[in-house]
Design a protein around this ligand. Structure first.
Ligand code: NCD
Ligand code: ZN
Length: 487
């Protein structure tokens, strides 16, 4: 039996792209207790899960003592490419993903130009080709039904609705209930995902103006607006619209709006169970981190009580998915916020620490292994309609992570991959250590080092009515020529 190091150093699927075995690792899954198994990989796919010590198809690598889990799927990232590549690029953002155990990212349409038309969607999709270290899906944006239909045909997994606006989002904006409902109706026809940035622009603007008039400009004042009555009213109205139209919606960054938003969501879901929500894994505290980090901790930072509620909600499945809202800004952009918090854009890099934070919670007994897997991978795959992603089972893509429960590490922003070069978690000690990340059978990262950049592929829905090519069961890339034809 060969050491796992040999498999990882080979840079790819153990041997030569054929069959190989990861022996004796503890498989974490969403629907069963952890169990020590042999995992048989064949090329890009999982071929079989067999009793430990029994599989011998091809080279065998020793994973004794390690946990095996599906790679994370992040429903909500801003990789800034094209348009703001001084903050992040496809290469740097997906390297951060790979190094952190995320094997699929779903990028928001707030890149520049904003992704509101088929032409822009196709241009962005094609511009990413051959550059990503992990697989990727792309959200569509805007409100024009014809463009939305065209973007679905070009491979969009869903649409992001913005009920708030600011310079980078102005064309993505759904300004009122009529616009929101129009997108929901088109979405019912397309069968794709709908992610909503909830808000009420006029109410939030008025709240902000009132605070500024009163001379208020601390990070806590910014948080008061983020968690304020405007965003809660927006949240209520989209939950009502979704329930009226029986069209599932997924709430983006519920954690940013605080515990009142969680209460609203729980109420609405009791009436319409197909609503879903995401949260980052709670990491930053108002008591300790906010005073030290200031605007670098915005937008999502938790009081001790809120942190407990959100961790509980992730742990009991109230919140379906862990998603980062990875939103890098440079220090130069953040720094003006030291004196006037309104002057800094909200957002921080989070991709490289997302799965590691959840694994730390698992090892601390705060997160059950089943929920760890479902929140990071299973639920996002279901929401995006990706049949071969998000779980380790025969026929699925071999996207997985190997984790050492006995290890530990300290977050160090100087060695991380996001282009902005800082992390709000710098210095944090975390239990567990990510040993390796595999994408479709190939080792793409070992610890913090990227082994194989550029192998990530565009992924489209394999379920729902929005499948334009490939058919049910396929989450494969579709070659550029075919995609251009479909748009
Ligand atoms: C995001 C950004 O910077 O793009 N900011 C943030 O606060 N996370 C935008 C967003 O999702 O609101
Ligand atoms: Zn976002």
């Amino acid at each position: 039996m060969r050491s796992l190091d040999e498999a990882i150093n080979a840079g790819q699927s153990g041997a030569d792209g054929g069959r190989w075995v990861i022996r004796g690792g503890r498989l974490l899954s969403a629907d069963a207790e952890p169990v020590v198994v042999d995992l048989v990989i064949d090329g890009e796919r999982v071929a079989a899960v067999e009793p430990a010590g029994t599989a011998d198809a091809g080279p065998v690598f020793d994973a004794a003592g390690l946990d095996i889990a599906p790679g994370a799927i992040d429903l909500h990232v801003h990789l800034r490419d094209p348009g703001q590549t001084h903050k992040e690029t496809v290469e740097t953002g997906t390297a951060a993903a790979a190094a952190g155990g995320t094997t699929l990212v779903c990028d928001m349409p707030s890149t520049q130009p904003q992704v509101t038309t088929v032409d822009r969607y196709v241009a962005k999709r094609d511009a990413w080709t051959g550059r990503a270290a992990v697989d990727y899906a792309l959200w569509a944006g805007g409100t024009d039904p014809d463009q939305l239909r065209g973007m679905a045909a070009a491979g969009a997994v869903g649409v992001k609705i913005y009920m708030a606006t600011s310079p980078g989002f102005d064309q993505l904006y759904s300004p009122d209930d009529t616009a929101v409902r129009r997108v929901l109706r088109v979405s019912a026809e397309l069968g794709w995902a709908v992610s909503v940035h909830a808000g009420d622009q006029a109410a939030s603007d008025a709240h902000r103006a009132e605070l500024i008039r009163a001379g208020r400009r601390t990070p806590a004042d910014v948080l008061a607006v983020t968690r304020g009555p405007g965003n809660l009213a927006g949240l209520r109205s989209v939950l009502t619209a979704a329930t009226d139209l029986r069209q599932p919606v997924h709430l983006a960054h519920l954690s940013a709006y605080g515990t009142a938003a969680l209460d609203e969501f729980v109420r609405a879901r009791a009436e319409f169970p197909r609503l879903t929500a995401e949260s980052c894994f709670p990491a930053l505290s108002e008591e300790e981190d906010l005073p030290r980090l200031g605007v670098y901790a915005l937008p999502t930072v938790f009081s001790a009580a809120a942190r407990d509620r959100f961790v509980d909600a992730i742990a009991d499945g109230t919140i379906d998915a862990i998603a980062t809202d990875h939103a890098p800004h440079t220090r130069d952009e953040k720094d003006p916020g030291r004196h006037d918090a309104w002057a800094a854009p909200p957002g921080y890099p989070a991709l490289e620490t997302s799965l590691p934070l959840a694994y730390d919670a698992l090892l601390a007994g705060r997160l059950d292994p089943r929920r760890f897997v479902d929140a990071l991978a299973g639920a996002p795959a279901r929401i995006l309609g990706l049949a071969r992603k998000g779980r380790i089972a025969p026929g699925c893509d071999a996207d997985l992570v190997l984790l050492d429960p006995a290890g530990s590490w300290r977050v160090d922003e100087s060695t991380m991959h996001s282009l902005v070069g800082w992390s709000p978690l710098h210095g944090r000690e975390l239990r567990g250590r990510l040993v390796a990340t595999y994408l479709r059978g190939r080792s793409i990262a070992r610890g913090g080092d990227i082994m194989y950049p550029g192998g990530g592929q565009f992924v489209r829905r394999s379920t729902g009515r929005a499948v334009a090519a490939g058919g049910p069961g396929s989450t494969e890339k579709v070659p550029g020529a075919a995609e251009r034809r479909s748009s």
